[in-house]
Design a protein around this ligand. Structure first.
Ligand SMILES: Nc1ncnc2c1ncn2[C@@H]1O[C@H](COP(=O)(O)OP(=O)(O)O)[C@@H](O)[C@H]1O
Ligand SMILES: Nc1ccn([C@H]2C[C@H](O)[C@@H](COP(=O)(O)O)O2)c(=O)n1
Length: 226
């Protein structure tokens, strides 16, 4: 409750809009953000994937895909830190669009590692305590979650096309698990509290149709505040 109060206070005082673009791996989040980045007065923050691939010369993303039981906590701790860093950056424009959030890192990716038996219980407990501490003590306001809803098969095809080295080992089943966790969280409300209203955009379509849908939803996305 305290957290909700804090969020409201921050929102009414500053009247800024934070919209998180969420969805499965390779669902088109970065492409969507690139499109909106051409609009003035919008700040776009993509996920800091380059950091996850290179922290002081090490590659926790690659290590996690090679051996999730050993490196899952390492990656997710670093993801949590870098996402928090994104959330607390002071806003300099009326609207910020951000790729995913600290919530999806925990509720989707950490949860998936744990539920699939690839993250040991003690690792999950430590990560969970960190997460709970953060959301209790630091205001992380989100005004809107835009969910790019895709089929896992579409993501699998786009993932192969993108061809990121670390992700070559990802099977379709992994994308299906991530998809189910997103659906349970944002559509069926069966898992965790959703921190903001959700706008669902069907995202299996070709780029032309996607850009058309972004235009159709522009107002809703940019005017989620106040
Ligand atoms: N609507 C679309 N149709 C076909 N390919 C797409 C579409 N949107 C994105 N892509 C391509 O799919 C890959 C993943 O897209 P990206 O925006 O990087 O996804 P994400 O940021 O969600 O991981 C990229 O190669 C991108 O060019
Ligand atoms: N909490 C997270 C967030 C992301 N990842 C992985 C998934 C992808 O391989 C990569 C970047 O995701 P994308 O922006 O392409 O959807 O990072 C993770 O393992 N844990």
């Amino acid at each position: 409750e305290k957290q909700i109060d804090k969020n409201k206070k921050l929102k009414s005082e500053e009247c800024h809009d934070l919209c998180c673009i969420s969805g499965n791996i390779a669902s088109g989040k970065t492409t969507c953000l690139e499109y909106f980045s051409k609009t003035s007065d919008i700040e776009v923050l993509t996920e800091p994937v380059s950091k996850w691939r290179n922290v002081q010369g090490c590659n926790p993303l690659g290590l996690m895909y090679q051996d999730p039981s050993r490196w899952g906590l390492t990656l997710q701790t670093y993801v949590q830190l870098t996402m928090l860093d994104r959330h607390v950056l002071p806003m300099s424009t009326p609207v910020r669009m951000m790729e995913r959030s600290i919530y999806s890192a925990k509720y989707i990716f950490a949860e998936n590692l744990y539920k699939s038996g690839k993250m040991p219980e003690v690792d999950f407990a430590v990560l969970s305590e960190w997460f709970e501490w953060i959301i209790k003590n630091i205001a992380i306001p989100v005004d809107l979650i835009v969910y790019l809803q895709t089929s896992p098969q579409t993501c699998y095809e786009r993932l192969k096309q993108r061809c990121r080295d670390e992700e070559k080992v990802i099977p379709l089943e992994y994308l299906e698990s991530i998809h189910n966790l997103y659906e349970d969280w944002l559509i069926h409300h069966k898992s965790f509290e959703v921190p903001a209203p959700v706008l669902v955009i069907p995202a299996d379509h070709d780029l032309k149709k996607m850009l058309h849908q972004y235009e159709e939803n522009r107002e809703k996305i940019l005017m989620a505040h106040c």
